[in-house]
Every structure is written in C-alpha cells, then in structure tokens.
Design a protein around this ligand. Structure first.
Ligand SMILES: Nc1nc2c(ncn2[C@@H]2O[C@H](COP(=O)(O)OP(=O)(O)O)[C@@H](O)[C@H]2O)c(=O)[nH]1
Ligand SMILES: [Mg+2]
Length: 210
C-alpha cells in the first residue's frame, strides 16, 4: 500500500510536508504566505489569531517545475483532548517527506519546545519504521520582533540535532526570508537541471547535509 502511495507521489511530483511547533508561532501564517506569495502585512484579511483546531491541509505549487507540496499544519497545543500526533498518527506521519519545525523569535519557550516536537516525531518512527524518519527544517519566525533567545542557544539545538538539515530566519509579517525558504525547499525536492530528489523512501544517502 505504502509503495503504491509512493509510486503515485513520485509520478505526480507530490511531496508531503508536516508543519509542527508550539501554538501561535506562525505555522498557519507560513502556509498562507507560501500559498499566496504575499506577506501578512500585505494581506487584506485581518491578522487575528485563529487557533488551528486539529489539522489543516493545504496544497501549494512548488514553482515552475510542476511539483506539488501537501502541507499538513497541525495544532500547536499538545494538551488538547485530541491531537493529530496521537489520534491519527498514521495519517499525520505516513509518507512525510520533510518536517518543518517553527518557533517564534520573541518566544523562548517555543524554541525550548522544539526538542519536544522532535522527540514526538522520533517516538512515532521508533515504533513504526525508523528508517523512514524524515529530515527536519528549523524555522525562526517573527524575526521582525525582538529576539528572546541568544543565537548560541539556537545553534546549540541545531548542532545537537543531526536530523535538522537546515535553519531559516524569516518573518511572515514582512515577508523577509520567505522567498529564500520557498526556493530552497522547491530546489531540495525538485532541483533544477531536471534532477529530482527522491521522496522519503528511507534512504538518507541522497540528501544533502547542510
Ligand atoms: N509579528 C509577527 N507576527 C506574526 C508573524 N507570523 C505570524 N504572526 C502572528 O502570530 C499569530 C499566530 O499566527 P498563526 O499562524 O495562527 O500561528 P500558529 O498557531 O503557529 O498556526 C497571528 O496573530 C499572526 O498574525 C510574524 O512573522 N511576525
Ligand atoms: Mg495554526
């Protein structure tokens, strides 16, 4: 079954991206900004905070190359009575190609929480199929606000966690860094020159390590 899904994903250039991190760090905003290509400050819609209740799905196009990203945006509050990480773990984690972990620049707790999100993902792949564990990208959002954490704390987390393959600083509000991130992820999966990084089939060999 899983190999059929992988076949379809490969054929139709679909990649599944899981977005996690504490509440109000800007996960849903990032999806919106990626989808519309507009920063929050340029959006008509108000910037009121609406909690993501369980799991929100979005489809976005990766660019000229015809690739499609399926974004799984999960609730940031793990203490909810139901959570996509526990109650529909297979649906949430199955065939994930990359995990985007988001923390907010002005919220040190959200940075410390990153370890917890990492270990929750770890736990799933330990009981399921450890070789299928996807790589992680760490995102520091809200860089338009004053930093709450020292840079050394961020780099110590990135250094300690081998699964984090890339770190980005961005602001969904101003749009700073969003283009770089979008370009990187499109390039990572559907790089130019016709080459295409395979979907997450468990082999980490083909992945870049920077
Ligand atoms: N200052 C600032 N606020 C942001 C930024 N990104 C998101 N927000 C705000 O942070 C709040 C939470 O955003 P949301 O995307 O719902 O967070 P989520 O709970 O992680 O999905 C909202 O009020 C957003 O308008 C940013 O880059 N800078
Ligand atoms: Mg949300």
């Amino acid at each position: 079954m899983s190999s059929l899904i992988n076949y379809i994903k490969q054929k139709r250039k679909i990649r599944k991206i899981l977005i996690a991190g504490s509440g109000a760090t800007g996960k849903t905003s990032l999806v919106k900004v990626l989808k519309t290509g507009t920063s929050l400050s340029n959006m008509e819609a108000n910037l009121e905070y609406h909690r993501t209740l369980y799991l929100q799905l979005e489809k976005i196009f990766a660019g000229k190359n015809g690739g499609i990203f399926q974004l799984y945006d999960v609730a940031g509050q793990l203490d909810l009575p139901i959570h996509a990480f526990r109650d529909t773990a297979k649906l949430t984690f199955g065939n994930v190609d990359i995990v985007i972990l988001v923390f907010a620049n002005d919220n040190i707790q959200s940075l410390l929480d990153i370890e917890r999100w990492l270990s929750l993902v770890d736990e799933y792949y330990k009981t399921e199929n450890a070789t299928k564990k996807p790589p992680f990208v760490l995102i520091n959002n809200k860089t338009d606000l004053e930093a709450a954490a020292d840079n050394s704390l961020i780099s110590s987390i990135v250094d300690q966690q081998n699964d984090i393959i890339k770190y980005f600083e961005l602001s969904c509000l101003t749009g700073k860094g969003v283009y770089e991130f979008k370009t990187w992820i499109a390039e990572y999966f559907f790089g130019d020159h016709g080459k295409e990084v395979n979907i997450n089939d468990g082999s980490k060999a083909s992945r870049e390590s920077t």
